[in-house]
Design a protein around this ligand. Sequence first.
Ligand code: ADP
Ligand code: MG
Length: 418
Amino acid sequence: MARDGRPVIETVGLTKVFKDFWHRDKVVAVHNLDLEIRRGEVFGLLGPNGSGKSTTIKIILGLLYPTRGRVSVFSRPPTDVAIKERIGYLPEESYLYPFLNARETLDYYGRLFQQPRHERTRRTEKLLEMAGLVHQARRRVGEYSKGMARRIGLAQALINDPDLLILDEPTTGLDPIGTRQIKDLIRDLARRGKTILLSSHLLADVEDVCDRVAVLYGGERRALGEVKELLGRGELTQIITERISAQTIERIRELIDRLERKAVVGVSTPTEKLEELFLRIVQEAQAAEVQTSGVRAGGALPEFLTERATEGTGVIESLVAAAEEPEPAEPIVSEPASTEAEAAASGVIDELVEAGAAPADEEQSAAAEGTAAEPQRKSGEAARQVKESDVEGRRDVPQADRAVIDSLTNTDTSEESE
Ligand code: ADP
Ligand code: MG
């Protein structure tokens, strides 16, 4: 595993207090948190609901300001525009445009990163394969099950070939195959030198995939260390053999007693994990080509995901540029048998890219902005929004992420502690 000494993420004494309307302290979401996440490691933030995992992640992404303490990402402040294109983010809640299909969704994000068309198409197809969604790629993501939405969310987070991947509860809502696949993908990404920060309350997932974990409770770090160390039972020894007779077991007992003066604590036949059984049943069904409207087996990581940093401008710059100087309409690439609906959707994507509208659903954006939902903003509107965020000193926060976080927290401006 590629590692060097420089931390990719560092927090020192990080504290976040959410205030109420009268600016009185309300909730200490994160308290005095020190973290150091190194290059190439898979780091897990573990903790029960409400322990401060998502808040920590949002501060690391520059979506929330800390009340106290320091945080750096790639040795820069998290609000630095230059680091945005090196980060992929899967938020806790789905934030996709419900009326785009999977292919259009990935194409849209590729355009936000100003990827040329052929590159977007190539990456989109590879990521659809990886996510096992090729056969469902023409369905609107609004119709997707939660697990399918999670998969397309992960694909979206990888479209810019990020060096740092931040996944908030990546396996929540996934079936065991999806969970296993995401865990395998995370390990593969780490082998390619990516750094991964994930949060979870699902212990088994963290145990399988993370090199190190921090356990949070009440916003404080209660434990930190390598999973192996934290879980290792150094006082026990386990020997696994092919099945042996009761007589042999008795002789081994005697031998251990004689040589070591120790007792045998337990003798058992290991059972297969339910996960293994489940995966085998599904693989058999897939081999027999049983029909399903759900996901198919996903593929391996696309080869475009490299250790190199991506080139090109960041999302926010493209949004600002797009707002000031609308890009000429460019139809999205579709398969040879493209339908009218797809042609119509390409116009929608053009508008989205132009406006830099936030992919929140109607309820979310209404909640975030206190106005009626307006998913397809005109470029003038987007420009105004960017200017407003300048005033707040937040020009570096991508509009999409702003709305994501606003809709998730339903706070930010009114409850921000600054
Ligand atoms: P986790 O992701 O570990 O489940 P969170 O970081 O989302 O936890 O939340 C930590 C605490 O901060 C919770 O008590 C939560 O209610 C509170 N909290 C999170 N966001 C806000 C907010 N925008 N305003 C007020 N309290 C918040
Ligand atoms: Mg959370």
